[in-house]
Design a protein around this ligand. Structure first.
Ligand SMILES: Nc1ncnc2c1ncn2[C@@H]1O[C@H](COP(=O)(O)OP(=O)(O)OP(=O)(O)O)[C@@H](O)[C@H]1O
Ligand SMILES: [Mg+2]
Length: 265
């Protein structure tokens, strides 16, 4: 596997002006998106889902992304999770320019560097929880026995040690989302991308999920990026980005925000 070089100093300097970078923190940037555009073409219709989004995410950050429906949150996640390529602009994951990766290298990166959590859990219904969590490990080439041991310990970590042999359909929504979180952590990723992970859960279960993600972030030093409208998730975040019409329009810390204001009600 060959990894591309990070951009040279001149390119980096040019890009620096585009970054909405947090200052005064020299932790490594685990994700960088630079002037990303994404246009979908459906028949004769073009949709500009992203119109020049730039952001960078520090290792270990808990970043929330807010924005109205259709503003481009999921599209941005698809870009920074290397699930789709931008129409133009650059995405770096852990310093690697994803445009320079071939098919196999991209699959490798998706499998090991990024963990994905979806609103609707996306678990495989015919497999047990344990098998769901072991699956990404099998893709990564781990032998069944160590994969099983690791899956057991992650499921215990998310509080599901007693439900491992159940199938997703036998579990509550919150429990299924815990399995999805365990699956996202299976290959010890650098970044967990969570696209509205509490949207299908009641308030109390949503709160439990937020606390779990926060706890895992602290314990495993993983970077969490979450699209959310959940106030509690915003309050737990290190930083919040607002996206509107495909552009990042605001970058703030929870301490800068008036959560009592009209925009949150
Ligand atoms: N595969 C696709 N083909 C065509 N248009 C798409 C596709 N995916 C998204 N879009 C369009 O791109 C725009 C941004 O969509 P996106 O799903 O990123 O928004 P979102 O902020 O995640 O919205 P929501 O909060 O409803 O999940 C929308 O206008 C959407 O209709
Ligand atoms: Mg979405």
């Amino acid at each position: 596997m060959t990894a591309s070089n990070p951009p040279d100093a001149a390119t980096r300097e040019r890009f620096q002006t585009l970054f909405r970078a947090p200052t005064g923190d020299d932790r490594p940037r685990v994700i960088r998106a630079v002037n990303v555009h994404k246009t979908y073409t459906t028949g004769s219709q073009q949709t500009h889902a992203l119109r020049g989004a730039s952001l960078e995410v520090l290792r270990g950050e808990y970043l929330s992304i807010m924005g109205p429906s259709g503003s481009g949150k999921s599209t941005l996640f698809n870009m920074i999770g290397a699930l789709q390529k931008p129409s133009s602009g650059k995405v770096y994951i852990d310093q690697v320019d994803i445009a320079e990766l071939d098919h196999n290298e991209l699959a490798w990166l998706r499998c090991r560097k990024v963990g994905y959590i979806f609103q609707s859990y996306n678990l495989i219904q015919v497999m047990t929880c344990l098998e769901n969590v072991m699956l990404p490990m099998a893709f990564a080439g781990l032998e069944p026995e160590p994969a099983r041991d690791k899956a057991v310990s992650i499921l215990k970590l998310v509080g599901l040690g007693h439900r491992m042999l159940h199938k997703p359909g036998e579990l509550s929504g919150g429990q299924q989302q815990r399995v999805a979180i365990a699956r996202a952590l299976a290959n010890s990723p650098e970044v967990v991308l969570a696209d509205e992970p509490t949207a299908n859960l009641d308030q109390r279960t949503g709160q439990e999920m937020i606390e779990l993600l926060d706890d895992l972030k602290q314990r495993l030093q993983v970077t969490v990026i979450s699209a959310t409208h959940d106030l509690k998730m915003l309050q737990k975040s290190d930083r919040i980005l607002w996206i509107e019409d495909g552009r990042i329009v605001r970058d703030a810390r929870p301490s800068d925000i008036d959560f009592g204001s009209a925009e949150f009600h």
